[in-house]
Ligand binder design. Structure first.
Ligand code: TAP
Length: 486
């Protein structure tokens, strides 16, 4: 089967040569699906077909799990320092091939090249570097257990084969969050990327070959939700790691209930970005814009509810509207683009329906004048004022470039409104007062709380939710525990 060919060029389509078709990556080889089924992956900015990709069926998933099981015997027995060498090699190849990967990601996902190049790709490499560093220090990975306090000098054991299912919003970054800690801890993996963004995972498979990773340690099964369901239900899986919607997360929890499988679920969010009247407003406006319009708002921890203190509401909203009027929506491969394409026609329909519901329920809709391209899937950055807590746009995850503005008078009211959601993934606080930041951070039921910034990520920081945003943590030392028998 063909792999991705390198063609040096500036940030443009020509950087990466995409083959007309791709197979599944099982046991170190690309191969067609057993029943020959394929599906198309599109560029959401042009609706052009980028490639045809194999649709894994039940037998393909079984082959992949068996390959991972076989590879587990030798991979888990390698000294951590040897596994680290492979991970460091993968990290370096990602850096070397980051232009190709950034262009591929922007083509298949629709995100602006400035984001894939300057945010996604550096974070992907950083994850592999970070977890490579842990592979020979696992005796220190589990809280309360360390050779230094005499509890255990032995490495904790890996779980076995991890079945990993990821969404389309950060295709390669979500892959890195899953694969890097799994491999560092001695597990092997079968990963299913989202149906609309399979290409960077297949490119990554090629990188595994380039790095000389032993066959079967990483397997990629492309397909739709049915492939994900088969993977999660497969009896040969020891660990399920899922990132996606709360609805599918609940179905997965039901599937694995009563089995030996360990599970981590990273699900939806409806974060509050809370601005007090003493906050540096210019800085807050940048944080609000980055919080909701980064990656077209396709971000689980997006600051989709702006809670602004009543006394600065008018001033803040004027500044925010001025800033939103400068955002450029358009070609993801143009370095000046701020907001790219919505990932799919289905997602665009979902965003439109919720925005229409916002208007129908009485909130006031505003968007800057901007011309949207004629083909592809687009949605202008949009702001709703006069939003109440009962409105759907204040309660449901929109997963698009739509901001709902609510107001508050006191810190207590801000906390109550911020926590009034079934989700609990993230929150932001903008204020000059350090004591208020600490007080709020303790009261907010959110896995991540940013202060005077938003959407900042680091591989050393654990990430994950409360309530219906899921359970388990990814990133940092906590992210290792999810793959270890502790
Ligand atoms: P989902 O529809 O849940 O899809 C996620 C993945 O699960 C996809 O690969 C999907 O395949 C697969 N899938 C669908 N049905 C399945 C089933 N019954 N069993 C197993 N796998 C199944 O979510 P999405 O629309 O791709 O992503 C958006 C959601 O992800 C949002 O709610 C967002 O908040 C959440 N998200 C959370 C985080 C964190 S870290 N908490 C990060 C990113 C995104 P197909 O693509 O083929 O349908």
């Amino acid at each position: 089967m063909p792999v991705f060919e390198y063609a040096p060029a500036p940030e443009s389509r020509a950087v990466v040569d995409i083959a007309p078709s791709y197979g599944l990556f099982i046991d170190g080889e690309f191969a067609e699906a057993g029943d020959g089924k394929v599906f198309k992956t599109l560029s959401p900015s042009s609706e052009e077909v980028l490639s045809e990709v194999a649709q894994a069926g039940v037998e393909d998933v079984d082959r992949a799990v068996k390959a991972a099981r076989k590879a587990f015997e030798t991979w888990s027995a390698l000294p951590g320092s040897e596994r680290a060498k492979y991970l460091f090699r993968i990290a370096r190849i990602i850096q070397e091939r980051s232009r190709e990967l950034a262009v591929l990601e922007s083509l298949d996902n629709g995100k602006p090249i400035r984001e894939s190049r300057d945010a996604d790709l550096p974070l992907v490499a950083a994850h592999f570097f970070y977890y490579a560093g842990w592979a020979d220090k696992l005796a220190y990975a589990v809280r309360g257990r360390s050779p230094l306090n005499g509890t255990s000098g032995a490495d904790p054991r890996p779980l076995g084969v991890a079945g990993q299912v990821i969404p389309w919003n950060f295709p390669l970054l979500m892959l890195a969050w899953k694969i890097a800690p799994a491999l560092a801890t001695g597990n092997t993996v079968v990963l299913k990327p989202a149906e609309t963004t399979p290409l960077s995972a297949l490119f990554f498979a090629d990188i595994c070959r380039q790095a000389g990773l032993p066959k079967g340690v990483v397997n990629i099964v492309t397909g739709d939700g049915s492939t994900g369901a088969e993977l999660v239900a497969h009896p040969g899986i020891d660990k399920v790691a899922f990132t996606g919607s709360t609805e599918v997360g609940k179905a997965i929890a039901r599937t694995v209930a009563g089995t030996r499988k360990k599970v981590t679920l990273e699900l939806g969010g409806k974060a509050a970005n809370i601005v007090f009247d003493d906050a540096p407003l210019d800085q807050a406006v940048e944080g609000i814009v980055g919080g909701i319009f980064f990656n077209q708002g396709h971000v689980c921890c997006a600051g989709s509810r702006l809670l602004v203190q009543e006394s600065v509401q008018d001033e803040l909203l004027d500044a925010l509207k001025r800033r939103m009027s400068t955002l450029r929506v358009g070609d993801p491969l143009d370095k000046n683009t701020d907001i790219g394409a919505i990932n799919s026609a289905e997602q665009l329909a979902r965003i439109r329906a919720l925005a229409d519901a916002g208007e129908a329920e009485g909130a006031e809709r505003w968007a800057p004048a901007c011309e949207l391209p004629s083909s592809g899937y687009w949605f202008a950055p949009t702001l709703f004022t006069g939003v109440t807590q009962a409105h759907r746009i204040a309660r449901e995850e929109i997963f698009g470039p739509v901001l709902s503005v609510l107001t508050f008078r006191t810190p207590e009211e801000a906390v109550a409104k911020a926590n009034n959601t079934p989700y609990g993934l993230s929150a932001g606080i903008w204020t000059e007062k350090g004591s208020r930041i600490l007080w709020m951070a303790n009261k907010l039921r959110a896995g991540v709380v940013w202060s005077n910034t938003f959407n900042k990520f680091d591989p050393a920081s654990p990430f994950g939710g409360y309530k219906e945003s899921g359970y388990g943590r990814e990133g940092g030392r906590h992210g290792l525990e999810a793959y270890l028998d502790v």
